[in-house]
Design a protein around this ligand. Structure first.
Ligand SMILES: [Zn+2]
Length: 413
């Protein structure tokens, strides 16, 4: 991609209300653009990252037997009446009437729709277990939206729902889902602490939140600084010690990066999802649900992986593999050499952003640090026959030949 034609204009000045790192850096780097409070456009850079995160999530959820579907955002009041949540949801639902005077909502979650869907197909124990998921837009009528992509009113979420013949089968799957979640965070270079949590208006009797330690976090958890074991901060009302190593737990700011629930039979009983068991008896289906906000994960990665100059994307989710900077675009030879290297990298399968803009070296270097692509290559009159190689995550600069560059990139891909 030629940066001179790329839909990305970095900003030097951003609004004062941008306090969190993800808000500041994603805005400055032209990853996102705000339409109204808590409602964001993903520009090409932002969408590239989101799609990378989505595909990591998709792979891990497919690995535990999830089957992808796509449910509508538009949902009838009638379904929410059956679950009893039309009035109860917190944050509240967006509600409005269609031209036939029927109440509708833009779903903030899909337990109602998916339970109703499963009820139309699941009849026997032979149809279970079943795991359905989607990556789809959700809507929340938040009182205040702030913090960039951390607290929003419309967002992309992966929501997985599992259906089982009994509690033991749910317990087993829940553990698998927990492991899949840990794998997702690991692949995004995030350290999370699973913490037992309250189930809120989703319901059920057991749930875990995956917390990332971060100064900008709104939540407090109790954490052991030695072994990273964590618990709900409610226990901090007294002195509490880590069950693994005996250290006293400390309060720490954290951000929720995902939430999983054992729902049990609460939705299936209310909404008529039952099956005929092997013993010939009709029983309610036992359910679990598992959510990750995809844009939120992107925000959390920025909160955790950035420095004073900008974002430091892990390779797994970076918008491009390589940022190729030509610092002397007016020099024909340099330009030709850079274009050759660009073409070779593209041919070798790398995703390259080629800064061919008519801008000063300092603007280009600043933008490269801000945007945060993992590998930066610089070609200028100064680099002569060589190419300057630098990784965003460290300060080491090497001068390498074009061949050495492609070998090094291939090794590290
Ligand atoms: Zn400990």
């Amino acid at each position: 991609m030629f940066q001179s034609k790329f839909f990305a204009k970095t900003l030097r000045d951003i609004p004062k209300e941008a306090i969190t790192k993800n808000h500041q850096l994603l805005l400055k780097g032209c990853y996102i653009n705000q339409l109204i409070s808590g409602v964001w456009t993903l520009n090409p850079l932002g969408l590239r990252v989101l799609k990378k995160i989505e595909s990591i999530i998709r792979e891990e959820i497919n690995n535990i037997g999830g089957q992808e579907i796509f449910m509508p955002a538009l949902q009838p009041r009638e379904l929410w009446g059956r679950s009893g949540r039309w009035e109860k949801m917190d944050p509240p639902l967006f509600k409005f009437k269609d031209r036939h005077d029927k109440w509708l909502t833009l779903g903030s979650t899909h337990e109602e729709v998916v339970t109703d869907l499963a009820a139309q197909y699941v009849k026997s124990y032979k149809d279970l277990p079943l795991a359905l998921y989607q990556i789809q837009n959700k809507f929340r009528n938040e009182m205040r939206s702030s913090g960039g992509l951390l607290r929003v009113r419309e967002f992309v979420m992966k929501d997985l729902y599992s259906f089982h013949i009994n509690k033991e089968d749910l317990d087993q799957y829940y553990e698998k889902a927990k492991q899949a979640y840990l794998e997702i965070y690991k692949r995004c270079s995030l350290k999370v602490i699973p913490v037992e949590a309250s189930s809120g208006t989703i319901g059920g009797n057991c749930s875990h939140e995956f917390m990332v330690l971060s100064g900008s976090g709104e939540d407090k958890i109790a954490v052991c600084e030695k072994c990273n074991w964590g618990a709900n901060s409610e226990i901090l009302k007294g002195k509490y010690f880590c069950p693994h190593c005996g250290r006293e737990l400390q309060a720490a700011s954290s951000i929720e990066a995902g939430h999983i629930f054992k729902l049990g039979a609460i939705y299936s009983e209310k909404m008529g999802l039952s099956f005929m068991d092997a013993d010939g008896k009709q029983k309610p289906v036992i359910m679990g649900c598992y959510g990750i906000g995809v844009g939120r994960l992107m925000a959390i990665i920025v909160e955790c992986l950035s420095d004073e100059k900008g974002i430091v994307w892990p390779k797994s989710v970076a918008p491009f593999d390589v940022h190729l900077l030509c610092l002397d675009t007016k020099d024909k030879d340099i330009n030709k050499k850079t274009t050759e290297i660009y073409n070779n990298l593209i041919e070798a399968g790398f995703d390259v952003l080629f800064d061919d803009r008519d801008e000063s070296a300092s603007v280009k270097l600043k933008d490269a640090d801000l945007i945060g692509i993992p590998t930066r290559l610089v070609i200028s009159q100064k680099t002569g026959n060589k190419v300057e190689y630098k990784e965003r995550a460290n300060s080491k600069i090497e001068l390498l030949s074009a061949d050495e560059i492609s070998q090094k990139l291939k090794r590290e891909a």
